[in-house]
Design a protein around this ligand. Structure first.
Ligand code: GAL
Length: 745
């Protein structure tokens, strides 16, 4: 029998409290409510809430009947993420515990299963900010939320099974490539003997290469074997432009004695390295242009399902056209990482933590986090660097020597980094990774690496944060602020591109995020994103968006709402257009104001510098007219953007990211509502109420009545455990939107 994976995500019973008697099989859980995973232990308001509201101990329970067919098998339970501390019980017996909310854990529950009756799985979940678990112990600029917020599953395997596989791709830049698979076997029988190990490399269903090896088990509970595939020809490499993935299938069998197992992972052949003179992908120098991502969402915090996790990767790569994301400040959903592999978005992943290092017990958890992170994620081709320091913490030689050591021991194919914000930190990693917040609008935009490192020679160097608190901007801020916010991102990326000895720069940050009262704007939000918490763009997002080949997408985004008196002292200058066109023509009404070219003088190093209109004929209120921007490529007009001189709210429109969901009671998608004017532009200062109506097999995540924020808002809709059609509409005082139909299969 091959392994069987069973999802355990539906029909949990949940209670906002924990008492020892709850774990008893006979306990009547009348007050419990039924929930599906991923689950937030508390639905929280958008802002101005007390962050203590989700910091409590709760109980999750699930009744499970195990098939008699699984007798004589091993049964493991896998938790992908429980915030922040979990104690697991089966049928009243303690199974195990786990500290840390961002890494997975598993328990072998075989011995505790009762096959003839209902088994009771109970989990005590402590979502308080416990001092013994990173990132806690001091201030933290983000919220960690609570609950069993990632998937749970059962793994039914034989008594000898594959626990993990590390697929190392070698000689990637040579014609004939190699793979070395390290296979980790668990032997629960103590038996020794011969077993056949197979490695099959597949391209879709087609077998590219395979090998079978006879191995000897020595009776030890844990065995490690190596099986290579050599002389692989015709293999396509994984690249950010064309992220080709293969599958590696590892199987074991013993010719009929009942041992058999299989394990499949995605493989990408790529060669990554940060050298003293920059970042190389498959031998080509690539400038890293990235953003940091927190995995949080309004109302449910971290508890979003696969589709929504994947959508974030799509937004970053396909809407914002960045090539790199840092999973600040912890390992993120495997679905997010899977999608990064699929679409070619590079990832810097790091261990949980924020500025503070705790005592020895705390450090042990952090060291374990390194191991858990790497063992979970070593097969993702998108991951090019492990962050093995606590973000922005001070030097701690022994601690960081250990985290680096472990990372190198586990994975000799990737470099380590360790994110710091102080100059001249002890350099124990392979890459000096620095949060360089020097730019405050003045002359210095990024520091020279030798000033930061204090070293005499160049080393592999990358900037992992900039901007953020130096210049927060709300999506509904005044135009000048939003423009300056965008320009700061542009200036820093331009500076990063100018340093030949810098791998690139990752900005702070992609999305606004919830935080504690003593950070951000006091309303529990840090408005540091280039998009808001709903993933709706600010002007800075359009800067990133514009850095793309025009043959992929034509971008023409003037950073203006086109109003005569919005800016200080009036007018619209400087008028900045984020674009990848060759030039633009700008009309006011019928009057051609001029032809303007990208500002190559101030943004020499950007591939697509913004067009900056600094001067135009003076205008007075009576001259105020429509603003018409035309983008040209190869002398052809390829795009036009019109702003009305007299915008009037015309319509409430909704658009859904997906129109088909799975009827599993967990799937979700986002719907963005906007009030638009005659030209289809968002009306930026409508902040009135909006109410959503839903029918069919779906429910709204969060409130069904809220307010438009700067003319738009989004919501997520979750499927119920039924099939049918979700009908969603919205209304505000002036408009009723059309109906959005989402099919639930
Ligand atoms: C950094 C920190 C981030 C965030 C950012 C705000 O120092 O690493 O987590 O707090 O500042 O700009």
């Amino acid at each position: 029998m091959s392994r069987i994976n069973i999802q355990l995500n539906s029909n949990w019973m949940y209670y906002e409290d924990f008492r020892q008697e709850y774990i008893d099989q006979k306990f009547k859980d009348n007050g419990f409510c039924t929930v599906n995973l991923p689950h937030a232990n508390k639905i929280i308001p958008y802002n101005y809430f007390d962050e203590k509201m989700y910091q409590f101990i709760s109980c999750y329970k699930k009744n499970i009947r195990f098939s008699e067919n699984y007798k004589n098998k091993r049964i493991l339970i896998d938790f992908e993420g429980v915030m922040a501390y979990a104690r697991v019980y089966l049928n009243g017996t303690f199974v195990g515990e786990h500290k840390g909310g961002y890494t997975p854990f598993s328990f072998d529950i075989t011995g505790l299963i009762e096959f003839d009756k209902e088994n009771v799985l109970a989990v005590m979940v402590d979502s308080s900010e416990r001092n013994d678990i990173p990132p806690f112990g001091n201030a933290v600029d983000y919220l960690t939320y609570g609950g069993i917020y990632r998937d749970v599953g059962l793994r039914v395997v034989g008594n000898i099974y594959i626990d993990n596989v590390f697929v190392k791709t070698l000689d990637v830049l040579k014609e004939n490539k190699k793979v070395k698979n390290i296979v980790y076997l668990k032997n629960t029988t103590g038996a020794s003997g011969e077993v056949f190990l197979n490695a099959i490399l597949k391209d879709g269903e087609e077998i590219v290469s395979q090998k079978c090896l006879s191995i000897r088990l020595d009776g030890n509970p844990e065995n490690e074997f190596e099986i290579g595939l050599d002389d692989l020809s015709g293999i396509k490499i994984w690249d950010i432009e064309d992220p080709k993935l293969y599958k590696m299938l590892i199987t074991i069998n013993d010719n009929g004695y009942g041992i058999s197992d299989n394990y499949e992972v995605s493989v990408g052949f790529r060669d990554v390295c940060i050298k003293n003179n920059g970042f190389y992908l498959n031998g080509n120098k690539v400038k890293i242009r990235g953003l940091n991502r927190h995995q949080s969402f309004p109302y449910v915090g971290y508890a979003m399902p696969e589709r929504v996790q994947k959508k974030d990767a799509d937004i970053l790569k396909n809407d914002l056209h960045i090539n790199t994301v840092r999973t600040s400040h912890y390992p993120q959903s495997r679905y997010f990482l899977d999608r990064c592999d699929e679409i070619g978005l590079l990832v810097l992943e790091e261990i949980p933590g924020w500025n503070f290092i705790g005592d020895d017990e705390w450090k042990k958890v952090a060291v374990r986090n390194v191991e858990e992170m790497i063992k979970r994620d070593w097969n993702h081709p998108s991951i090019f660097l492990w962050g093995v320091r606590i973000n922005e913490s001070i030097d701690d030689h022994d601690f960081y020597a250990e985290t680096n050591n472990i990372a190198h021991m586990l994975d000799d194919t990737r470099q380590t980094g360790g994110i710091r914000c102080y100059e001249k930190g002890e350099f124990l990693e392979d890459v000096y990774t620095m949060n360089d917040f020097v730019y405050d609008g003045g002359d210095v935009i990024l520091r020279e690496q030798k000033i930061v490192t204090g070293l005499l020679e160049d080393v592999p160097y990358m900037v992992t944060e900039f901007n953020g608190h130096m210049y927060p901007a709300k999506r509904f801020d005044q135009e000048e602020r939003l423009l300056e916010h965008a320009m700061r991102h542009a200036r820093v990326q331009n500076a990063a591109a100018s340093y030949k000895n810098m791998a690139g720069a990752i900005g702070w940050c992609a999305f606004d995020y919830n935080t504690h009262y003593n950070f951000g704007s006091g309303d529990r939000i840090c408005y540091h994103g280039v998009m808001d918490m709903f993933r709706i763009s600010k002007a800075a997002a359009n800067f990133y968006k514009s850095q793309v080949d025009i043959n992929k997408e034509i971008v023409l985004e003037p950073a203006t709402i086109w109003a005569f008196g919005e800016r200080n002292t009036g007018g619209v200058l400087p008028l900045v257009i984020f674009t990848n066109c060759d030039f633009i023509e700008f009309h006011m009404g019928k009057r051609l104001i001029g032809r303007y070219f990208p500002d190559r003088e101030n943004f020499k190093n950007l591939e697509y510098p913004p067009v900056v209109i600094r001067q135009m004929p003076s205008i007075w209120v009576t001259d105020w007219d429509d603003g018409i921007f035309s983008g040209y490529y190869k002398e052809q007009k390829v795009k036009e953007k019109i702003f009305c001189k007299n915008p009037i709210a015309k319509e409430l429109t909704g658009s859904a990211d997906d129109t088909v969901l799975s009827g599993d009671g967990r799937d979700a998608t986002r719907i963005v509502y906007k009030v638009i004017d005659q030209a289809g532009n968002v009306i930026p200062f409508i902040n009135e109420f909006i109410k959503f109506n839903i029918s069919g097999p779906g429910e709204i995540i969060g409130p069904d009545e809220t307010a438009l924020i700067g003319g738009c808002i989004a919501l997520w809709v979750k499927s119920k455990n039924e099939r049918g059609i979700i009908r969603l509409s919205a209304f505000c005082s002036r408009f009723i939107s059309g109906e959005i139909l989402i099919t639930v299969n």
